[in-house]
Design a protein around this ligand. Structure first.
Ligand code: NAD
Ligand code: MG
Length: 288
């Protein structure tokens, strides 16, 4: 499928009733890096990816596996998507460990680190990627409960997972966070979400400075509108139909199109990069 043509001008109106969404029922299916050709850039490294079952996280899991890394995936409850990703990873002759659990809880980060050490004995790459978002039109309708849940899911785990993993990270290790175009541009219906993504930017830059002396790099990727389960599970059908068409490229991006950035930041091709953000957004913003 030609990425440029697949969703030029939009996609079928559709919604899913629950968040997290499910990748296997999306129409069309997001394009994943099945055709990606690895060259051993991450051979025998161990990568933890939160929200690695679907969307961008699945794309990163597949590409890292094709580069030779063993993969640990945390996800909330989407067992079918997670098992499909595991299958795709294992096809690359590397191991895949699934760790189910609510990442908004501190103990889940500890569990992920403990199980990874038990299974693999090392950790080289952490991709903090899980998130939720709740659209609210009127600012005053955002409940305190929602505000705290969005922060607990989107930013707290970057702190907890990095903290529990830090004693195991060595020179050359890499932490990558997923922020968003909304951190730079704002989104009038995603105020709490945008705030968490801004928090990720500050966290990433500050931690990068703190651990640079240990040879550990901390960077982020800021996706624009990307065709993933997050979209039909959080926007209404009309918004889904035109999602991404307001970018200069007039289409949403595909998970496949994010993996170059995540591989660069994890690999020895990115060893002089820290505290940086790679924007992958079809030109949605050009001045960050
Ligand atoms: P996705 O739904 O495929 O991935 C999000 C994942 O987060 C889910 O798979 C789910 O398992 C996980 N998750 C949510 N709540 C959780 C919890 N409590 N515990 C454990 N896991 C939980 O969607 P995606 O678009 O691939 O999202 C990946 C990242 O990309 C997110 O950080 C998102 O904010 C970011 N992002 C996405 C877009 C976009 O347009 N899709 C744009 C900018 C940023
Ligand atoms: Mg999912």
């Amino acid at each position: 499928m030609d990425i440029n043509e697949q969703q030029k001008g939009g996609q079928p109106a559709q919604t899913q009733s629950n968040q997290p969404g499910i990748e296997s029922i999306m129409k069309p299916r997001p394009l994943q890096p099945i055709d990606y050709i690895g060259s051993g850039k991450l051979k025998n490294r161990v990568a933890i990816i939160t929200g690695g079952d679907s969307g961008i996280g699945r794309a990163v899991a597949i590409a890292y596996a094709k580069e030779g890394a063993h993969i640990v995936i945390n996800y909330l409850e989407e067992h079918e998507d997670a098992n499909e990703t595991k299958k795709l990873v294992e096809q690359e002759k590397v191991k895949c460990l699934l760790v189910v659990g609510d990442i908004s809880k501190e103990e889940t980060s500890k569990k992920i680190v403990d199980q990874t050490m038990q299974e693999f004995g090392s950790i080289d790459i952490i991709v903090n990627n899980a998130a939720v978002q709740y659209l609210v039109k009127n600012f005053t309708d955002i409940t305190s409960e929602q505000w705290h849940k969005t922060f607990a899911t989107n930013i707290d785990p970057a702190f907890y997972l990095s903290k529990y993993a830090m004693p195991h990270l060595k020179e050359g290790s890499s932490i990558i966070t997923t922020t968003s175009v909304t951190a730079y541009k704002g989104n009038e219906q995603l105020i709490d979400y945008s705030a968490t993504k801004g928090a990720i930017v500050g966290f990433t830059r500050a931690l990068a400075q703190n651990v640079a002396g240990k040879g550990i790099r901390v960077n982020m990727v800021a996706p624009g509108p990307i065709w993933t389960p997050l979209i039909p599970s959080t926007f209404d059908a009309q918004q889904v139909a035109v999602f991404g068409v307001d970018t200069p490229m007039k289409r949403p991006g595909q998970p496949r199109e994010l993996v170059g950035a995540y591989v660069l930041l994890a690999s020895d091709e990115g060893t002089y990069m820290t505290g940086q953000c790679i924007h992958v957004n079809g030109g949605a913003i050009m001045n960050s």
